[in-house]
Design a binder for this molecule. Structure first.
Ligand SMILES: Cc1ncc(COP(=O)(O)O)c(C=O)c1O
Length: 439
């Protein structure tokens, strides 16, 4: 690969200059591993980018995509349909909690977020409450890279270059607090009261009659694994109910077993009005996302129009794409046949114990976890623009382990097929990397 001209590809969310000087190229993947262009095995502790929950190149999914590509490559999504898209909508909504029984398909988490915001506006308009246009996100939230997503998102670097974004957005405070919750295991005890900000400040300031929806990740992943405090999401639910605000859970990374059960909503026992899913929906094999909505949201919008008209002017060329639906159906089969959500719940105590054994390692200031996701926060030391966490990423890569970093936090979210000895391997390699980068 040394003679490859790597200049034309403008890489997303990457340091293009550094990467192109010193590329890291992957050529194949199987189960828990990638293979690099040097022939090195990389143990995948991040499920790719939080998406390959069943492990890589799983036979059933590969075969389903191959079969579908031969049968029908594409089918128009507007005013036309194909059976698998309807079957998939039924299967996902059967998995979803509460009355989330309609699915709107898109191609990514970002599109899912924008779709959910548009559904919220259309719903309030259809109920005659068109003044409800304010969205409430959360500081440090990540909701993808679209303008809607960065507006309700709360990651400074993702927002600062892009002007005024959506008007009329406010943010809850984030739930991260090392002073109160350091080294907590599972949901931290302190912090439910942070939800009160919604009622005390935000609703007082904007008035509920102007607020369309509150959107949060039940567990914030991309911003450094912020686990929801006990009672926090329950409180948000109560306040949203009281003031008729729609509550949207962005489950793009928490969906499909990451926190134990199928959705984080199940883990905390809180049912949102809409849920955004993507990534693990197809095991990352073909891009796909979806917004799941409550029955009455769908009915309110659809029944607000006369039968022959388009009720909701929104959608994508590839909504419910045949290859994506084939991959998703095979992925759901794989999760089910291999009992991967149960496996996630059974493996998570071992994972928790193993990850927390890194507590005394150099520069570790916090470790937090829930289900099969963990964050290890390091001292915020930066040398030549590189955080310690990023140095750990480079060191681990050289040692055959793929981790993910965001700011000063290392995020681990391995495929749910991981074995105990592979968990040990992650901890051993990461531990040695933490020691070496301290020298
Ligand atoms: C919570 C959350 N929402 C939305 C997205 C955006 O998804 P995509 O990159 O598929 O657009 C992500 C991606 O990591 C995410 O973590």
């Amino acid at each position: 690969m040394s003679n490859l001209d790597n200049q034309a590809f403008w890489m997303p969310f990457s340091s293009n200059q550094a990467f192109k000087e010193n590329p890291r190229m992957l050529v194949s993947a199987k189960d828990m591993h990638y293979i690099t262009d040097n022939g090195q095995n990389l143990l995948d502790a991040t499920s790719g980018l939080w998406c390959v929950n069943a492990g890589h190149c799983r036979p059933k999914i590969v075969e389903a995509i191959q079969r579908q590509a031969n049968l029908m490559d594409y089918s128009p999504a507007f005013q036309m349909g194909h059976k698998d898209a309807f079957t998939l909508a039924n299967r996902i909504t059967n998995l979803a909690p509460g009355h989330l029984n309609h699915a709107f398909f898109c191609n990514s988490g970002s599109e899912g977020v924008d779709t959910s915001l548009k559904i919220a506006l259309a719903y309030h308009r259809a109920t005659g409450e068109s003044s409800r246009t304010v969205f409430i996100g959360r500081e440090r939230g990540y909701h993808g890279a679209g303008f809607g997503g960065i507006s309700v998102g709360g990651i400074t670097t993702n927002r600062k270059a892009f002007g005024s974004m959506l008007p009329r957005v406010d943010h809850l405070p984030d739930t991260h607090n090392i002073q109160h919750n350091s080294f907590s295991r599972g949901q931290p005890k302190w912090g439910a009261e942070l939800a009160d900000e919604l009622e005390k400040r935000i609703i007082s300031l904007h008035d509920a009659s102007n607020i369309a929806a509150v959107i949060v990740e039940p567990l914030a992943g991309s911003t450094g694994v912020l686990v929801p405090p006990i009672g926090y999401l329950e409180k948000l639910r109560q306040i949203c109910d009281k003031y008729k605000l729609l509550l949207i859970f962005d489950e793009v990374i928490t969906g499909f077993g990451r926190t134990g059960p199928c959705f984080a909503a199940d883990a905390v026992g809180v049912v949102p009005d809409m849920m955004i899913i993507a990534k693990g929906l197809t095991n990352g094999a073909v891009p796909m996302g979806a917004v799941l909505t409550r029955q009455d949201i769908y009915e309110t919008i659809v029944n607000n129009s006369t039968p022959d008209t388009i009720e909701f002017f929104h959608g994508y060329t590839y909504s419910g794409h045949p290859l994506a639906t084939a991959a998703a159906l095979a992925t759901l089969d794989t999760y089910e046949e291999e009992g991967l959500f149960t496996r996630s719940q059974e493996m998570s105590p071992y994972f928790e114990e193993a990850i927390h054994s890194l507590r005394e390692f150099p520069n570790v200031i916090d470790i937090r976890n829930m289900g099969m996701v963990a964050g290890i926060e390091l001292e915020p030391k930066v040398s030549s623009n590189t955080t310690l966490a990023y140095k750990a990423f480079l060191k681990c890569y050289d040692k055959g382990l793929l981790i993910r970093t965001t700011g000063n936090t290392i995020a681990l979210s391995p495929p749910l097929i991981i074995t105990k000895s592979q968990i040990d391997e992650i901890v051993e390699i990461l531990g040695s990397a933490l020691i070496e980068i301290d020298q």
